[in-house]
Write a protein that binds this ligand. Structure first.
Ligand code: SAH
Length: 350
């Protein structure tokens, strides 16, 4: 068992590892080798680092740990979707999902243990927020799914979506640090264009992301373009209403010139009327946007119910008439509680 004083070595940058090596009278360039093992090669322990001397490895073991995640339980849906219960170093669990389609292998990953935002229709909200994930814990989820893509489908990982547990913009620094590793040549070297960060829409952070020059895609969980309604089921809207969100999105578009995606569930009696559709159409004209209509995955006793097909049809019709691209998303992995909003550590072994 690791000593409490031992630090997770992946919390250190390559430069910091270099300084550590100097401090113990080792060559600084060893840091480059260690960094490569830690990220590019995803080493789980120091013994794998065979280009270091035995004594250096022993010294590293005394001073550091590698807090690698462990896939504790893997469930497979009959549609091919795989859900992982991922054990963290402190015994907490998050979930991540592999979604296979004809053309893609997508990793849906978590950014926090639980969530603080309390969206009424989401199962993760019931867990409350326990803690933020570290960059290496986010990175490891991607690596695990990449390996499963190879193993079970013989295909490479093509896309990553931050649509698992948690609100990525409330763990901004760690999410950005993980994405830097995922996209960097010292890590997985994936294209940022294949990564989508999904958020409830925190205006200040959307502006910051744009200012920071991020290259990945942005999705907003919108669900209603009418303030009173959105505030009802997404409490974040009470403090960050739609005009502030719109303002941040304009800033995002001015800088990035990238389209945004709105994720939207249509619920019976809540947002299934013509006025709801018209409000969405209007909102979609603020900056170039597309809409994903997501099927509702029931998590509760019936407060929320999937709207009738006619209501979905009306959304599609009016959006298309206004030249706004819209897709209707079928749920994946429902039978194993792996679909949107269903991640709640139910598979957790006690
Ligand atoms: N906090 C971020 C990341 C979570 S993404 C965000 O909100 O965007 C999870 C996506 O699933 C979000 O678009 C969310 O609105 C949606 N979702 C949550 N609960 C759902 C449910 N029961 N059925 C369908 N989609 C749901």
């Amino acid at each position: 068992m690791a000593e409490a004083t031992q630090k997770d070595i992946r919390q250190l940058s390559a430069d910091q590892i270099g300084e550590y090596f100097e401090s113990i009278g080792e060559k600084k360039f060893r840091a480059k080798q260690v960094d490569e093992w830690l990220w590019k090669k995803s080493a789980k322990d120091f013994d794998q680092m065979t280009n270091l001397s035995l004594s250096t490895r022993e010294q590293l073991k005394k001073d550091f740990v590698i807090n690698h995640i462990a896939v504790d339980q893997m469930q497979r849906s009959n549609d091919g979707t795989i859900k992982n219960a991922v054990k963290l170093f402190d015994g907490m669990t998050v979930e991540s999902v592999l979604i296979p389609t004809d053309k893609r292998i997508t990793a849906c990953i978590s950014s926090q243990v639980g969530c603080s935002l309390d969206c009424h229709f989401c199962a993760t909200a019931r867990l409350k927020r326990m803690r933020n994930l570290n960059p290496d814990e986010i990175y490891d989820q991607v690596v695990a799914i990449k390996e499963q893509g190879d193993q079970f489908f013989g295909r490479p990982l093509t896309n990553i979506v931050f649509m698992g547990m948690g609100e990525p913009l409330l763990n901004y620094n760690n999410v950005i640090a993980a994405i830097d590793k995922i996209t960097g040549d010292k890590g997985l070297g994936m294209s940022a264009k294949r990564i989508t960060l999904s958020t409830v829409g925190i205006p200040k952070m959307i502006k910051k992301m744009a200012d920071d020059g991020v290259k990945f895609n942005l999705a907003i969980s919108l669900h209603s373009a009418i303030d009173e309604k959105r505030s009802q089921f997404m409490p974040i809207n009470q403090s960050s209403p739609l005009d502030e969100l719109a303002d941040a999105l304009k800033h995002w578009y001015n800088i990035t010139k990238r389209k945004v995606t709105y994720e939207y569930v249509v619920w019976k009696g809540l947002n299934d009327k013509k006025e709801d559709v018209e409000a969405l159409v209007k909102f979609c004209k603020i900056i170039p946007a597309k809409v994903n209509l997501i099927e509702y995955n029931p998590i509760d006793d019936g407060e929320f119910q999937q709207a009738a097909p006619e209501a979905i049809g009306l959304y599609v019709k009016l959006l298309e008439q206004n030249d706004i691209s819209v897709t209707v998303r079928r749920s994946r992995g429902k039978d194993i509680d792996a679909a949107c909003g269903q991640l709640a550590n139910k598979s957790e072994t006690a």
